[in-house]
Design a protein around this ligand. Structure first.
Ligand code: CA
Length: 228
């Protein structure tokens, strides 16, 4: 069964999530503090998606996210933010989250987001080993890895999906909407900004000079283009 962890100190919200995810067929682990979440994830390495609240009694959700990402690049991470915390979305994504949801959210929206993350984690596993080599980059679609000049670049699932899309479309301008639809799925109803934040993070990982990107270039008013 697909496993999800919910980290939320407000019992009413946590129970709401548990009930709805159980109904959607997920096994749900619960944590009320950041430390508890990290311990449970260590005990259950098969958790596919973690939902992290930001305001917590001990360490905050960003810290938890950073801690998870330090050892696990594959798990999907969704941050829960309050409506007033606009900046939190960006901060959360920069610390390695794949997605965020603003409270209050509907159960249907939450399960759609988790399903989308699970699809990304599970996709490609059946496909043949294909290596895409472009310039200094080698993308391996079986292992879902990216190397630059023979060195592994650690990517989140979302970053990997964006890189794959780019490397399958070299020299082609891709609109932000195209990237959002391909990577986050057609049902995703989040904001286009999530694309920009992930591109910013990718540039930090793959560009020689983040201030003057040469691989991922901006197509003003439209989107981005990959080239080597
Ligand atoms: Ca909270």
């Amino acid at each position: 069964m697909k496993k999800v962890l919910i980290l939320e100190d407000e019992v009413s919200i946590r129970s709401f999530v548990v009930i709805n995810l159980n109904r959607a067929g997920y096994e749900v682990l619960e944590a009320g503090t950041g430390m508890e979440a990290l311990e449970k994830l260590k005990e259950h390495p098969d958790v596919g998606v973690a939902i992290l609240d930001i305001m917590l009694p001990d360490i905050d959700g960003f810290e938890v996210c950073r801690n998870i990402r330090a050892t696990d690049k594959k798990i999907g991470i969704i941050m829960l933010t309050a409506r007033s915390q606009e900046m939190d979305k960006v901060t959360g994504l920069m610390t390695g989250a794949d997605d965020y949801m603003t409270k209050p959210f509907s159960p249907a929206e939450l399960t759609a987001r988790i399903d989308a993350l699970y699809r990304r984690i599970g996709s490609d596993t059946q496909s043949d080993s294909v290596e895409l080599t472009q310039g200094p980059f080698v993308l391996n679609t079986r292992n879902r890895t990216l190397d630059k000049e023979g060195k592994r670049i650690k990517l989140t699932q979302v970053e990997y999906a964006i890189m794959k899309l780019f490397m399958q479309n070299p020299g082609r301008a891709l609109s932000r909407e195209d990237i959002l639809t391909t990577v986050w799925g057609r049902d995703y109803d989040g904001e286009l900004k999530i694309v920009d934040v992930n591109i910013r993070r990718l540039r930090i990982k793959i560009e020689d000079d983040t201030a003057n990107p040469v691989y991922i270039t901006t197509v003003w008013g439209f989107g981005y283009k990959w080239g080597v």
